[in-house]
Design a protein around this ligand. Structure first.
Ligand SMILES: *Cc1c(COP(=O)(O)O)cnc(C)c1O
Length: 403
């Protein structure tokens, strides 16, 4: 509390620009934690929010429903492509993860298999800040490490990056499969845990190994969903799919908080019982808020009608071209780019407050994570702004190398 710099006051936003109270405009290099995929104040999304607010701003989703919730569920099921599936609405990514974990555990209870209550998670993972989600984050490096003892013990494993990794994971699961409900993974990009990427082959190994032991696969696409890694969902990179998918962040184009947990038919069937205790008892008060649903529908409409993913590919190539020279600096160990994410890995921790100040002085909003300076801008950022961001990162690398 004593070391944080005072926050900058934002009074407006437009595309990739934040407008500060003193009139300065900053290029947002991280899209407000990767949510604003179509930029700030997207006219179509704002219009959808305004229109819905004037008709029905909120209604509980218990025993009542509304058209935007029905339409959005249909759209999400089509896009996520789990076959016949169902959508559970909630209000944040962490809760979407809680619901996914709870669904997986209850699936096993409902089919009469007791004791399958734990999860395989991965090193460097980040799944949110509620206690269940915290328990599947990286146990050592995550921001939750000092809550050990309070959190449920899970089974964090290294990513199976090769055949040896796969056989190790396979053996680890085989030895305790009676206690394991499922596997949870951020497909292709572990973002808040340090902007670390893995390839489609690694992801396929995880899903294949889970299938071999009939575990439920949860894909946490809260960060990766809606184009961030180059495809609509990161799971699109492999043939197989998850059983449960969590989405959030960019779901509403980042304009308003909302998340969802989407479950495949095989999972849902275990809940199709007349026994009331077989129901999934979870009900976030603001689940399926109509304004949020309307914003999400407007955001998905952008993906359907505009070349958004083509733009992500262009952003990727600019990030690649502009950030790769950083790799030769002595203080940089790696530069990696995936979709609209570019990360410069430093050899040691970055002084975050002074780095933020450095970027603000150059008209950029960039907020490093421990030892990584990363960019994850809105997709509709101009080439010019994107190059400016990358050059600011380059200048920071050079300054830090001399220090
Ligand atoms: C941000 C994030 C979450 C948590 O979402 P909140 O809306 O902050 O609760 C969960 N999983 C991943 C992969 C995330 O990036």
């Amino acid at each position: 509390m004593l070391t944080a710099s005072p926050p900058l006051k934002v009074v407006g936003g437009e595309r990739e620009f934040l407008v500060l109270e003193d009139g300065r405009r900053l290029i947002d290099g991280i899209a407000s934690w990767w949510t604003l995929c179509h930029g700030y104040n997207h006219p179509k999304i704002v219009e959808a929010i305004r229109g819905q607010a004037s008709r029905l701003a909120h209604v509980m989703l218990g025993g009542l429903v509304h058209q935007p919730a029905i339409d959005l569920a249909d759209r999400l099921c089509d896009l996520v492509n789990l076959g016949p599936s169902r959508v559970f609405y909630c209000d944040s990514g962490s809760v979407a993860v809680e619901v996914a974990l709870k669904m997986a555990v209850q699936y096993w209870i409902n089919v009469g298999r007791t004791g399958k209550t734990r999860f395989i998670s991965f090193r460097d993972a980040y799944h949110g800040d509620t206690t269940g989600a915290m328990s599947v984050c990286d146990p050592i490096d995550s921001m939750h490490a000092h809550f050990k003892g309070f959190l449920l013990e899970q089974f964090p494993q290294p990513l199976p990056r090769d055949d040896v990794g796969e056989s190790n994971l396979d053996q680890f699961i085989a030895e305790r499969v009676d206690r394991i409900a499922g596997v949870i993974i951020e497909p292709l990009a572990q973002m808040a845990g340090g902007m670390r990427f893995h390839d489609a082959a690694t992801l396929a190994r995880i899903v294949r190994t889970a299938r071999r032991h009939e575990l439920i696969v949860i894909a946490d696409e809260v960060a990766t969903g809606f184009g961030r890694t180059g495809t609509m969902f990161a799971m699109d990179a492999i043939e197989d799919n998850a059983d449960i998918v969590c989405v959030g962040k960019a779901l509403t184009g980042g304009h308003i908080g909302m998340a969802a947990t989407i479950a495949a038919g095989d999972v849902c069937r275990a809940f199709d019982r007349s026994d009331p205790t077989a129901a999934l008892m979870h009900g976030p008060t603001f689940m399926g808020n109509p304004i949020a649903c309307a914003a999400a529908l407007a955001s998905l409409e952008q993906f359907a009608t505009e070349p958004v993913l083509e733009r992500v590919a262009q952003v990727q190539s600019i990030l690649d071209r502009e950030l790769s020279p950083c790799a030769s600096a002595a203080n940089v160990s790696d530069v990696r780019v995936l979709g609209a994410i570019g990360a410069v890995q430093f050899t040691g921790p970055v002084d975050v407050p002074s780095a933020i100040e450095f970027f603000v002085e150059r008209g950029c909003w960039v907020r490093p994570l421990r030892d990584v300076v990363y960019l994850a801008p809105p997709f509709n950022i101009s080439d010019e702004s994107l190059v400016r961001l990358c050059r600011a990162v380059g200048e920071y690398v050079a300054k830090d190398e001399l220090a």
